[in-house]
Design a protein around this ligand. Sequence first.
Ligand SMILES: [Zn+2]
Length: 427
Amino acid sequence: MFDKYNYTCVERFLRYVQADTQSDPQSTGSPSTQKQKNFSHILVNELLAIGVTDAHLDEFGYVYATIPSNTDKKVPVICFCSHVDTAPDCSGTDVKPILHEKYDGKDIVLPDDTTQVISVKEFKYLKKHIGDDIITAGGNTLLGADDKAGVAEIMDLANFLMTHPEVKHGTIKLLFTPDEEIGKGTANLDMNKLAADFGYTLDGAQSGILEDETFNADAIMITINGVIAHPGYAKGRLVNALKIAGEILAALPKKEFSPETTKKREGFVHPVRVDGLAEKATIEFIVRDFTRKGLKANTERLQKITEKVLHKHPKAKMEFKVVEQYRNMKEVLDKHPQVIEYAEEAYKRSKLKVKKQSIRGGTDGSRLSFMGLPCPNLFTGMQAIHSKKEWIGVRDMKKAVEVMVNLVQVWENQDNDLASQNHDFLD
Ligand SMILES: [Zn+2]
């Protein structure tokens, strides 16, 4: 009875990407789109069919499932998590995945829109996949490897562990979340029900990358209240909030302090929305930095710029509101160094060179880490995400599964002295 569901990771992936699971930032529902639930329902049925008996979908679109421990040792409960939704930036309807066997290194012209060309010139990492299989979409849609790759890899891990009892592991929790792409991936997550000690999101790019750091992130809303008067009789009285908003935007530094002028470990301030009337205007900003100190400094700098402008308009009033978005997961991970150490060990056992990396953004893991589940991000293989040129190497997908299989064993074997073991390294 299990044969029917005994798909390989790639077979699963090719099937999963054909399900439209796009999330919708305008929706007020949880999840934001019903189609995410339709897909997650399929995942539950497949988990039940391979013997993961407690797999279920809740009203908010989360899939929870447990692979029971098969060891006598007391091992922390480890969760593997990925998101089922695809980005609203690019169509996810009628995805037609194409498996390019033994990729020859030539430009790949996508058949449904021949202006979409995937080349080694644009994607250097593609060169490393010459001779191997890669997967692209047809040209009209994204592929959805972000994050169906993570989903397929975790499902393959589940299948592997259920069919290989000789591989020893503690309790493994599987979690599939909706709405990550619209920043609501953990909004309705039940941490008590999940009951895991440590977690890993499968939502990273090329093999070997291990992401243990994200931005600190706040949103800032500046409200300017002007003074309104009949424009025909407004001399000396009217104070136009829209013009003040324009002055604030014009006063922002041009060569630094913005997403378009920063990279690596530099933070920034970024206006994302302006609304208003002559009487009252609002500017929404996002502010980012890897350190809390830097985040505070960026916020204070923006406040000073704003106050300086307002100073020229004494009759106008200004409100400056800061809302926390997420914090750098590294703060939490540094208190639980084994989460990263064991991941590094699993990469090495999988013959991968570890590339630790910071994300100039956030993941579900940043929020999960501060919700009590320290949770770095592992690679899945996904490339050129949120675009029609999205692609993934089959070798990376298989490696991601191998890493997880090694990782559960490292956790089971945690009393062993990892440092004393020798391993081969590959580039
Ligand atoms: Zn993602």
